[in-house]
Ligand binder design. Sequence first.
Ligand code: GLU
Length: 473
Amino acid sequence: MSKSSTGSFLESVSRNFDKAARHTGLHKGLLAQIKACNSVYQMRFPVKIGSEYKVIEAYRVQHSHHRLPTKGGIRYSQKVEQDEVMALATLMTYKCAIVDVPFGGAKGGVKISPREYTTAQLQKITRRYTTELIRKNFIGPGIDVPAPDYGTGSREMAWILDTYMTFKGGEIDAAGCVTGKPVKLHGIQGRTEATGRGVFYGIREACSNAEDMKALGLTPGLAGKTMAIQGLGNVGYHTGLISQEEGDVKVVAVAEYEGAIYKEDGINIKKLAAHRKKTGSILNFPGAKNMEQRKQILELPVDILVPAALENQIRKDNARRVKAKIIAEAANGPVTADAEEILLKKGVMIIPDMYINAGGVTVSYFEWLKNLSHMRFGRMEKRFDQRTYTNIVETIERMTGKSVGAKEKEFLTRGADEIDLVRSGLEETMISAYSQIREIWKRRKAVEDLRSAAFVNALKKIGSDYENLGIFP
Ligand code: GLU
């Protein structure tokens, strides 16, 4: 990606901010403070790779300290640059505000292509990066808490935790210095699927409103709606899988690095992932057609388009050819501000990144709370609930003289496990955040689109935090 295209990512975020800011009634000085990136840490460190020394370029940006810790993932990609990390950190601040997660926004980036390194080399880079963060006080459960992002996962988070523990093992809450950790290493059930599951809940909410669907020429509900997914990474995979299994959505097309495929009667995502694991590619999937160019995925006539790869995918040059009715921004910044103007004129509904992909950070928040409480969710109430429900069922059985079957009884009397509570908390979060945003969008005529409504909602919450501090009028 050229400098100008990632530069325009930050510019798009800034334009979207300005467009919404006028509807907030907040003081100019306060808006300027909210908009600015508070701390930008650029680092270069040497790592010995084989017989050579590589100077690695890396970043951690803390966009807003109105709430602490700051929070956001770490990206490993050859395309990482300062402006990109700044844009991503900025989005994290609004994302957290929208889903009422009490953090400021941050993001990290290491400019490497993970494919070019061995596991041992990646571990060395990750540990050194973490050490740099510790040295500058840029990591800690009450300071700044990283998480996975593009090119990283639970493995990297385990290395980060272990490095942190080496230096600060005596801190009682040390495990909360990073989220997205393996479940067996202070992680939480359901974090891996969280972003994709959140995308599913968000799309389901948007599609449940009859009036909004009518405006798009669609019927309410998810069942039978067609979906195209760009990117079969963690987010794209779980969005597709859960939409298919729990929403009865028809995933007709998938694009990845190596190409794109189309299958009119639906692609089984689990089988596609297995096919890719076996052959190294999504191409030549049984029953599907290989598409000529992977970018064509963005131009298919589907109900829902899910860009789940990288920023700046739908731009001025291809926006006019987009035929989807709904775009759910599972990735951060996939639609540029220029493209958005064109799409809105065409009547496309864009469900913005800072809302639709906030499931990841929401479950990260649950993980952080678990680490601070030093206890798994559900431990206290599970048996109590189970006993209460059993008493209720047995009382009904006694009163009616009828008994429920063993299987039904087990279902009715179950106490919640951690995964049930995480999913329930995530579902509640996505539903209530959507209703807040939709209300602003529908009630205030001047706020014309969902992204502006999401911004207005975030800015008002952040603004009131600053006002409570007494810094601004
Ligand atoms: N990287 C994810 C995001 O962009 C998750 C961040 C987190 O869990 O802190 O939202």
